[in-house]
Every structure is written in structure tokens, then in C-alpha cells.
Design a protein around this ligand. Sequence first.
Ligand SMILES: C[S@@+](CC[C@H](N)C(=O)[O-])C[C@H]1O[C@@H](n2cnc3c(N)ncnc32)[C@H](O)[C@@H]1O
Length: 172
Amino acid sequence: MRRLPAELLRLDVDRLALFTRWDVWPILVEQIGDIYPACNCFVWSKLNLGRGNCRHMGSSHEFCYVSARAQHMMRVDGRRPANVVACKTLHTSQLVHPTQKPLAICEHLVQCLAGPDEVILDPFTGAGSIGVAAVRTGRRFIGMELDDEHFETARARLAEACQDDADESRAA
Ligand SMILES: C[S@@+](CC[C@H](N)C(=O)[O-])C[C@H]1O[C@@H](n2cnc3c(N)ncnc32)[C@H](O)[C@@H]1O
């Protein structure tokens, strides 16, 4: 298991959400727990089984390591948010990235962790789902993506989300 990039530990952030597996969780605690202590375990319940065989139970959830200062107030639609959200995985025909997350999950997390107009950083942007969620919920966004093709996909999705947002503002 490789150590987390040092850059991640140097970022001046006080809230963090990392999707991870149950068996990686203890490693996260060991590596970042003193700087970013977990305050919650968010669970995305996928409502269907991942691939595999009958030697193991079928995986139908993902864990997300959440760290936030005690002073940070979490509100989604004005209410205290739940730490389990059920949402089907995207159908392969809908995917523009192999591990693309549904916008409902991204919007829930974005609203839990950032207030309106705050900046969200996703250093592993993929197809930009967190960015689109940020635009749709009135947050600002900085993304990083290694792969040129995924970067272009994310850029196009973000441009479309910004355009939709501008159109809605004009119509209101
Ligand atoms: C799990 S995917 C993110 C999917 C995204 N949440 C979505 O819904 O579209 C992780 C992405 O991180 C990118 N990645 C991996 N290492 C990276 C690095 N060091 N810097 C920037 N991007 C990286 C990969 O190319 C991949 O597209």
C-alpha cells in the first residue's frame, strides 16, 4: 500500500471526504487521522450488487471517510443530513467515466461539507461529477485530473452545468 501523497497533507483544508474501502479505513486513520480525524462514516448504499462470486457477500455500498471540525454545521436543504444515502449506480450506458459517481451522492456530500460560495477541491476529478454537483448547489470548484480524456470530459460537463446555471438565473 502506497502512502498518501504529501501534497494532500499540506493542503489548508479543514474538511475532507475520501471514498474508501472498509479494509483501507484503518490505513487512513493511521496516515491522516491525527490531522483529519474522522467525524463520520458516510455510506453510499448502491441498491444493487457489485461483481464477484459466492465466496464473499456481494458489495452493495461504498464508505466515505469524512473529517470536519466540530464547529462546522452540516445542512442539506435546511436539515441535518443523514450519513447513509441510497442511490443506484449509473447504468453503463450513462457512464462517461468508468468509476463515475451519481450526482445525487455528490450533491449530498458537497452540501454537507461546503457552504454556499465556498470552494471545493477535487484532486481526482474524473468526469467532474463533484464539480457539476458544486455548480448545481452554488459552490465554487477546483479540479485536477491526470488523464487528458477525462479532463476534457470534466471540462465539457462543467461548462454545461455553468451554462444551465446561468440560464436558470436569467429565467428567474
Ligand atoms: C475514482 S476516479 C474519479 C471519478 C469521479 N468521482 C467521477 O464521478 O467522475 C479518480 C480519477 O483520478 C484520476 N487520478 C489518479 N491519480 C491522479 C493524480 N495523481 N492527479 C490527478 N488525477 C489523478 C484518475 O485518472 C481518475 O480519473
